[in-house]
Design a protein around this ligand. Structure first.
Ligand code: 5RP
Length: 232
């Protein structure tokens, strides 16, 4: 697939940005398009400040000239623009494919509006085909994984396999910006996202999970020729 759908979604999100805003900057390839486009607008005179959701996004924003604020310097964010791995018709999301879900959720929760940018392949009837990323402490991660497995079963998910995310030739565990591990939960189909989210939040060792429930108000789905904007 060409990258046009992601680019078109990112470009349509610029309509939600106005002078003087504090803007949450998401992570991933779709968000990277948005950060680059925002950098172009800043060069043309737009006055905004960005709050990055990962070190990768911080580096990109610095390269393209988007002025940044630290999360400690702000009390709220006007609009957060971020990608997603899956979006359902109630605007519930799976996020964290890029491993940045913790900062992404903190920024989304601090935002007056979350605008999700994605290509149409991310739109699903039921969440769960994409493995759900869950950020866990390194200490006791195998025990935490067992409890996540139990939570998947207890909340009626179709799949219950849990996999520690690894990368590189040596298959080393991926370490997040927060210094934690990621467990990918292969739920296959999440029948009750609220119940699963609540069960995961009760597990000691779970830092945050990638179910974003009740956070997004707008979803922009990019296609080859443009983008469709949906709002709740
Ligand atoms: C990163 C994320 C991304 O937003 C998600 O993985 C989508 O990525 P992409 O825009 O590259 O398809 O949640 O943690």
């Amino acid at each position: 697939m060409s990258d046009d759908p992601k680019y078109n979604a990112a470009r349509a999100a610029l309509d939600f940005i106005a002078d003087g805003m504090i803007v949450g900057l998401g992570t991933g390839s779709t968000s990277a398009h948005f950060v680059r486009l925002l950098g172009e607008r800043v060069k043309q005179g737009l006055k905004v400040k960005g709050v990055p959701t990962s070190e990768a996004t911080r580096n990109l924003a610095e390269q393209v000239g988007v002025p940044l604020l630290e999360i400690s310097q702000i009390t709220s964010i006007d609009v957060d623009v971020d990608g997603a791995d899956e979006v359902d018709p109630a605007f519930r999301l799976i996020k964290g494919g890029g491993g940045a879900l913790l900062r992404e959720k903190i920024v989304a929760a601090a935002s007056k509006r979350m605008v999700v940018i994605a290509d149409t392949s991310k739109w699903v009837e039921t969440l769960g085909a994409f493995p759900l990323p869950i950020e866990v402490t390194r200490f006791g991660f195998a025990l935490t994984a067992q409890r996540i497995h139990a939570a998947l079963r207890e909340t009626g998910c179709v799949g219950d396999e849990v996999v520690l995310r690894v990368a590189g030739k040596a298959n080393e565990p991926v370490i997040t910006d927060g210094g934690n591990y990621i467990i990918d939960a292969h739920a296959k189909s999440i029948r009750d996202p609220d119940a699963l989210g609540a069960a995961l939040s009760r597990i000691a060792g779970v830092v945050e999970h990638g179910l974003f429930l009740g956070l997004a108000q707008t979803v922009i789905l990019g296609n080859a020729s443009g983008a469709e904007v949906k709002s709740l």
